[in-house]
Design a protein around this ligand. Structure first.
Ligand SMILES: Cc1cc2nc3c(=O)[nH]c(=O)nc-3n(C[C@H](O)[C@H](O)[C@H](O)COP(=O)(O)OP(=O)(O)OC[C@H]3O[C@@H](n4cnc5c(N)ncnc54)[C@H](O)[C@@H]3O)c2cc1C
Length: 281
């Protein structure tokens, strides 16, 4: 039962309510599985003015309550980072749901099928976390969760910061669902910088196969400095086969999801290679 529903218009007011135990609510699409279902006091974040996207020379700033539909349609988002974010959000759930799901809610809800965290991890994004009376802290998304504890516990994610990398960039992203609006069974994402004919700063992330998106450094190492040749891609896929963390899941057997992830990873890497060649003929 909901005992109190607060609709603050200032971030500090929302932080004070969260500090005393009230539960933040943004798009409210996760209420049925989230902690807030059992809570009596809710804080609506949608009136805080955190629904804008800022584009700077060195970063993109996404307000906490920017919806996934806003991101999917944001044609002004620049570069590979913008293309990557649009591509990721475009196919999440259905349009009515994307209009409600917020960027920070998708991160904070921490469900294994969440799509935006896969992209954010591959883009080296950070979360701006605020607590009452403290300066905002910027926490790399890769370090934001440890042993079931989140960097935003007791506070709020107020912004997501995506750095813009210099140079020629490329990416590949593949996600498989049984129906157009289903959760992903597996997701593979690669981003890289093209240096001459070599791949640099490779990030390879898999999603939906374990509790959280996972960056696979051995896969990245197999590609780093390579020309993304067939051999390099085969080495990367062999590393993926060794390293892939697959959690038990009622939706499909582990062996199926393992093979599926191999297929998606190959497609993502081949797409990244094609884009890299196009950008750097
Ligand atoms: C049918 C259906 C299908 C879906 N399919 C997909 C899918 O394929 N891929 C996908 O990625 N998502 C999907 N979603 C959405 C996903 O499961 C979550 O419901 C959604 O990400 C939650 O976002 P929200 O903005 O609605 O957050 P809420 O439901 O408002 O909140 C979720 C949790 O995050 C916390 N929270 C919210 N905002 C903040 C903040 N700024 N700071 C700190 N904590 C915060 C809340 O306290 C709560 O615990 C689907 C949802 C539904 C209902």
């Amino acid at each position: 039962m909901i005992r109190a529903y607060h609709q603050p218009s200032a971030v500090e007011e929302a932080l004070a309510l969260v500090a005393r135990g009230a539960v933040p609510v943004a798009g409210a699409t996760g209420l049925y599985t989230g902690r807030s279902r059992r809570e009596a006091e809710l804080v609506d974040l949608t009136g805080l003015g955190l629904d804008t996207i800022g584009i700077h020379d060195d970063r993109i700033e996404i307000g906490a309550t920017v919806s996934l539909q806003q991101l999917a349609m944001a044609s002004s988002l620049p570069g590979m980072e913008g293309a990557r974010l649009r591509r990721c959000c475009r196919h999440v759930a259905s349009r009515p749901l994307r209009n409600m799901i917020t960027a920070a809610g998708n991160v904070a809800h921490s469900v294994y099928w969440a799509d935006l965290p896969v992209a954010l991890l591959a883009l080296d994004a950070s979360l701006e976390v605020r607590r009452v009376g403290a300066s905002p802290a910027l926490v790399p998304i890769a370090d934001a969760t440890h042993g079931g504890k989140h960097a935003w516990d007791g506070g709020l994610i107020t912004r997501i910061v995506v750095p813009r990398r210099a140079g020629t960039l490329s990416f590949g992203y593949e996600r498989f669902t049984r129906t157009a609006t289903d959760y992903s069974l597996s997701t593979a994402c690669v981003t890289l910088r093209v240096d001459g004919s070599s791949a640099r700063d490779v990030r390879f992330v898999v999603g939906a196969v374990s509790a959280r998106p996972t960056r696979l450094v051995p896969v990245e190492a197999a590609l780093e400095g390579s020309a993304l040749s067939d051999d390099a891609i085969s080495r990367a896929l062999a590393a993926l086969d060794r390293e892939l963390p697959i959690a038990p899941n009622y939706r499909a057997p582990a062996e199926y999801r393992r093979e599926l992830t191999q297929v998606l990873a190959r497609r993502a890497l081949e797409t990244a290679r094609t884009w890299a060649a196009r950008e750097n003929p």
